[in-house]
Structure formats: C-alpha cells, structure tokens
Design a protein. Structure first.
Lengths: 129, 213
C-alpha cells in the first residue's frame, strides 16, 4: 500500500475527497452547500409552525425537506458524487440506506399494525386475572 | 512500483488475446482508510436508525406524562441546528486548510468548530437537566426513554467528536501535517459531517414532527 496523498488519477476516490480543485472552488462548494442547507432548515422550521398550508401535508413536507437536506450534505460536504471513481462509496451508501429503510420502515409498519390489532390496555388487564 | 505494474500487466493477459486489463495496483492508503471509515459511519447510521425506529413506535406512549409538544422548545432547537450546520461548514474549511497545509486557518477552523460544538452540547445539556428537574426524566414514560436515548446518543457522539477534534489540533501542533495525521483529519471531517446528517433527522423527526402532532 503506497502512502501517496495525491495519486488519484487512476484510482477510486476516497469518501470526503474531491477531485483536484483549487482552494477557491472548494470553499465555494462549501458555501453553496451551507446556503442550501440553511434555506432548507429555515423552510422546515417555518413549515412546522405555520397554518398557511393544509395541515396534513406538514409531516410529509418535513420528511421531504429532511431527505433533501441530507442529500445536500452528502453532495456538498461529504462529496459523494455519481462519478465512476466514486462507485464504491455510492454502493456502500446504497446498502446502508437499504438497511436503514428496512429497519425503520419495517418497524413502523409492523408495530403500527400490532397497535391497531391490540385491544386497549384497560381491556387486557382484566383478562390476565 | 514499476516492477509490480509490469508483472500485473503480464498476468492480466496470460493468453495474449489482446484484451489487456489495466491494473493500477492497490489503492492509496488514504482511499483505503477513508473507505473503511465510511463503512463504519454507515453502520453507525444503521444503529441510529434503530433508535429512530424505537422513537417512531414509542412517541405516542406517554403513560400520562408530557407529550412532545409540551416539552420541546423550538427556539433552542433552531439555535442548536444552526450551530451544528455552521460547525460542519467550519470543519470543511479546516480540512481544506489541512490539505493546503495552512496552520493558521486550520487552527482557526477547528477552534470555531469546537466552540460551536460546545454551544450545541451546552444547550442540549440544559434542556436535559431542565426536563429531569421537572420530573420528566427517561424513566417517566416510554416516549421519554426513547427521546433521551436517541438525542442523548447523538449528544454522546458530538462529545466524542469534540475530544477527537482537540486530539487532531494537538497532533497537528506536535507532528505537523504528516500523511497519517491528514488521514485522521479526513476521517474526523467525515465523522463530523455524518453527525450533522443524523441531526437533520433528529430535529425533523423528533422536534418538528413531535411538536406539530
């Protein structure tokens, strides 16, 4: 294993590393990411407290905004791109996301149905006696 | 290096069919280290997803205790969010400074990152202490247990990150921008950015969804 820092042309790129850019371009990338993330955060906090929009749409809007902001962080801060030198990083991320969605989605789905199919606690307690 | 490259090319086309696969050899250590750390971060995010799932299931099980909308203060959460977001930005500035080996901007970026992280932790600690003092500790209801474990786990990660941050400043001070120090710095930046991604999920799912419903 060689210890070269910048021999990247023919290799995959490390997560978090960018292709060769000047310092100004890299700083600009972070500034754009920060501006987008601040905009999405402000929108989230505004949507959560407002009564200007149809109320049942608020949870969906919050989740969409959160996923969008995670995408902004991944692209502008962690530099995960669709380039061919980033394939390994994207594949690992895709597998991680699969497990996350299985865990969260599966738990919410199953436990939600369990809650619906169970009688309320005050009816269960007398049955135990 | 050139010896192995030639040998690799000969092995790549043993039957001389003309399809030579260019084999560049093992990836640089920087790539391998960062990739391994990336896989660790993803497994850390999978662990957080279990806490999120537990919170989503238990959010309504208040056992007669307070609901989320009664104990969350959105102003504090907004300040915490802005702190972490800005600290992610300054951490990025510090890693650029480390790549171009500029000590002044590196120390400045890391110090600002540390300050913002400490402000975040102070606000979170005050929120927790306030809840416990009002009798709404983690043992009050299943909702509060899942709330404290999810948000507290993120807070523990931020605390560990700040210790790591101070270690990186000390290592740059003592050893300079050596290749191994730069690899650790890259892993730290990945860790800090990943924590900010987890916080996006926390403030959206726990605080904003929880205070609305």
């Amino acid at each position: 294993m060689s210890d070269q820092t910048h021999a990247r042309s023919e290799h995959d790129i490390a997560p978090g590393d960018e292709e060769q850019h000047s310092v100004g371009e890299r700083v600009l990338g972070y500034v754009v990411g920060l501006a987008l993330a601040l905009l999405l955060t402000a929108t989230s906090f505004f949507i959560a407290g407002t009564d200007l929009v149809w109320q049942p749409s608020i949870p969906v809007a919050l989740i969409v905004l959160a996923i969008a902001q995670m995408g902004v962080h991944l692209v502008f801060f962690l530099h995960i791109t669709t380039g061919p030198d980033n394939t390994n990083n994207v594949l690992a991320l895709a597998f991680g996301l699969l497990v996350v969605f299985l865990v969260v989605g599966g738990t919410v789905w199953i436990m939600g149905h369990l809650n619906q199919n169970m009688p309320p606690m005050d009816q269960i307690m007398p049955m135990r006696r | 290096m050139s010896m192995t490259a030639t040998a690799g090319r000969a092995h790549a086309d043993p039957h001389h069919i003309g399809l030579v696969v260019e084999h560049p050899g093992p990836a640089p250590k920087r790539t391998v280290t960062a990739y391994g750390f990336w896989v660790f971060l993803l497994s850390d995010i999978v662990m957080f997803s279990c806490f999120f799932a537990a919170y989503a299931v238990l959010a309504d099980q208040t056992a007669g205790g307070p609901k989320g909308s009664e104990i969350f203060e959105q102003r504090n959460v907004a300040i915490e969010t802005v702190c972490l977001l800005l600290s992610s930005f300054t951490c990025g500035m510090a890693s650029i400074a480390a790549d171009v080996r500029n000590r002044f901007w590196f120390y400045l970026g890391m110090a600002v990152t540390c300050m913002l992280g400490l402000i975040f932790l102070a606000i979170e600690f005050r929120e927790f202490a306030d809840l416990v003092a009002r009798g709404y500790g983690p043992s009050r209801s299943a909702f509060l247990t899942s709330f404290f474990s999810l948000v507290g786990c993120h807070g523990l990660h931020v605390s560990a990150g700040i210790l790591w941050l101070l270690t990186m400043m000390a290592q740059v001070f003592a050893k300079g921008f050596r290749a191994d120090v730069l690899r650790r710095m890259m892993c730290f930046a990945l860790f800090w950015h990943a924590l900010d991604i987890v916080w996006v999920g926390v403030f959206s799912v726990v605080y904003l969804l929880g205070s609305g419903v």
